[in-house]
Design a protein around this ligand. Structure first.
Ligand code: CAA
Length: 283
C-alpha cells in the first residue's frame, strides 16, 4: 500500500502543522477547510514556519519552496477524498468529525486509508460508522507539529495490519517516532497529560498557587518546557475540557472530573492563545 498523497481536513493549528511536515517529507498535500480565509491564513502560517526553519538552518530555501509547491489548498472535499491517506484534523467534537466522514465517504478511492487526528475520541466508534473500519486508524500528532517528535498511532478494534504498517511507514518518512496505543479514552499522551493540566487548574481554583507560581513550579521543579497553565492556553482550553469530558465519561471515574474553573473559562470564551485570553492575557 504505497502512500504518495495526503488529504488533510481542517487547516487550523494541527491541520496546518500536519500539511507542513507532510509537504517537507515529499508528499503531495491537499489541505481543506470550510472557508477560503482559513485556508489563506493556514498557508501564510506554513510559509512563516518554513521560513523560520530556513533562517535557523534546519532546511534549505529549496526545501521550503518545494514543500510550498506540494501543498494545494482546496475547498473541495472530493479532491481530498482522492488522496491515498486522509487525516481528519477538525475540531475535537464527535458530531463535526462524523459529518466530515459522512461527506467524504461517497468520494473516497477504494484503497484510501482514513484517519483521525483526534486526541481522545474512540477510533473504533468513528471507524464503525464508515465503509472501511479495517482501513481506519488514529493518527495523532502533537502540537507544535513541526517540532514535536511523537505521533500516536491508534488501532481500532477492526484496523488491519496493512493499514497500521502503511501509517507507520509515513511516520518513519516524516522522521518522527510512533507510539502505538490501544483504543481507550484519550490514548496515552492525553490520558497522562490532561489530568495533570486539570490538576493544575484545581491547584489554581483552590488557591494553592497563582497562575505564575504554578507554571514556574512545574517548569523549574519538574523541568517541563512550559508550565501546565501556559500549555493549556497553547493547546486550547476547549480542547482540554473536551478531552477531560471524554476521560470522565469513558472511564466513569471521578478522578477525571473537569475542574469547574476550566469549564467556566470555556463558557466565557477564554480559550487560550487562539482567543487571546486564557489563564494568561495575550492582548
Ligand atoms: N514550526 C516550526 N518550528 C517551530 C514552531 C513551528 N510552529 N514552533 C517552534 N518552532 C521551533 C523554533 O524555531 C525553535 O527551533 P530551534 O530549536 O531550531 O531554535 C524551537 O522550535 C523552539 O522554539 P522557540 O525557541 O520559539 O521556543 P521554546 O524554546 O520556548 O519552545 C516549544 C517552544 C517547542 C513549543 C516548547 O515550549 C515546548 O516543547 N512546549 C511543550 C509543547 C507540548 O507539550 N506539546 C504537546 C501538547 S499535547 C498535544 O499536542 C496533544 C493533544 O492532543 C492536546
Amino acid at each position: 500500500m504505497e502512500i504518495n498523497s495526503i488529504g488533510i481536513i481542517g487547516a487550523g493549528q494541527m491541520g496546518n502543522g500536519i500539511a507542513h511536515v507532510m509537504a517537507l517529507a515529499g508528499y503531495e498535500v491537499r489541505l481543506s477547510d470550510v472557508s477560503q480565509d482559513t485556508l489563506d491564513k493556514a498557508v501564510a502560517l506554513i510559509e512563516r514556519n518554513l521560513d523560520r526553519q530556513v533562517s535557523r538552518g534546519k532546511i534549505s530555501a529549496e526545501d521550503r519552496d518545494a514543500a510550498c509547491a506540494r501543498i494545494r489548498p482546496t475547498l473541495d472535499v472530493v479532491e481530498v477524498a482522492q488522496t491515498d491517506l486522509v487525516i481528519e484534523a477538525a475540531t475535537e467534537q464527535e458530531a463535526i468529525k462524523q459529518k466530515i466522514f459522512d461527506g467524504l465517504l461517497p468520494h473516497l478511492k477504494p484503497n484510501t486509508i482514513l484517519t483521525s487526528n483526534t486526541s481522545s475520541i474512540s477510533i473504533t466508534r468513528l471507524a464503525s460508522r464508515t465503509d472501511r473500519p479495517e482501513k481506519f486508524m488514529g493518527f495523532h500528532f502533537m502540537n507544535p507539529v513541526p517540532v514535536m517528535q511523537l505521533v500516536e498511532l491508534i488501532r481500532g478494534i477492526a484496523t488491519d495490519e496493512e493499514t497500521y504498517r502503511a501509517c507507520l511507514a509515513v511516520v518513519d518518512r516524516l522522521g518522527k517516532t510512533a507510539a502505538s496505543a490501544e483504543d481507550f479514552p484519550a490514548f496515552i499522551v492525553n490520558r497522562v497529560l490532561m489530568p495533570m493540566i486539570n490538576e493544575a487548574v484545581y491547584t489554581l481554583y483552590e488557591g494553592v498557587g497563582n497562575v505564575r507560581s504554578i507554571d514556574m513550579a512545574m517548569k523549574l521543579g519538574a523541568n517541563h518546557p512550559m508550565g501546565p497553565l501556559e500549555l493549556a492556553d497553547f493547546i486550547g482550553l476547549d480542547t482540554c475540557l473536551a478531552i477531560m469530558n471524554v476521560l470522565h465519561d469513558g472511564l466513569a471515574d471521578t478522578k477525571y472530573r473537569p475542574c469547574p474553573l476550566l469549564t467556566k473559562y470555556v463558557e466565557a470564551g477564554w480559550l487560550g492563545r487562539k482567543t487571546q485570553r486564557g489563564f494568561y492575557d495575550y492582548r
